[in-house]
Design a protein around this ligand. Sequence first.
Ligand code: FE2
Ligand code: FE2
Length: 178
Amino acid sequence: MAEPQLVLDSQDLGNRRRRGRSRRPTQRQNISRNFGELLTWTDHFSVDNEELDDQHRNLVRCLNDLHALRLEGTDPDDVKAAVREVELLLMRHFSHEEDYLVRCGYPYVLQHAAEHRTLMREFETVRENVFNLAGWGSKPDVAWPVLEFMIRLTVGHMLKCDMEYRDYFRANGVLPGK
Ligand SMILES: [Fe+2]
Ligand SMILES: [Fe+2]
């Protein structure tokens, strides 16, 4: 498997540009184009299932959006909107992926599902902190804990644990499901 392309953006943090109002989701979906990508999706990350790949791509896009939010000066409303989107994507993705692993007879599905539960608990903590406005005064970089979680989710889980089931299926000749 190719090494994950984790690229630190060279954007000068001193040149942050604060836009002052939150964007609609369709606008947010394009903001990472302005700031470069922290992690670039490649076909090497495919798990041989189109729907799961699409969901993984969306999570990588959220990671890059959060990276861009930090560079342009975190807008609290944008971070909250990003967290809501991640929550929806995560709930759908974890359940979909676990169903897929059960259908394909993956022997480590329980361990994999337990990893998902751990990540969901971590996400809940991050989510509570983001929506707890009282804590933001002394902690202006509110996007960082969310971005940190997204790095654990993508680089730590998607590019490690998810690749393990993909490699197991490939090694055992399990045909990819739809
Ligand atoms: Fe996954
Ligand atoms: Fe997973």
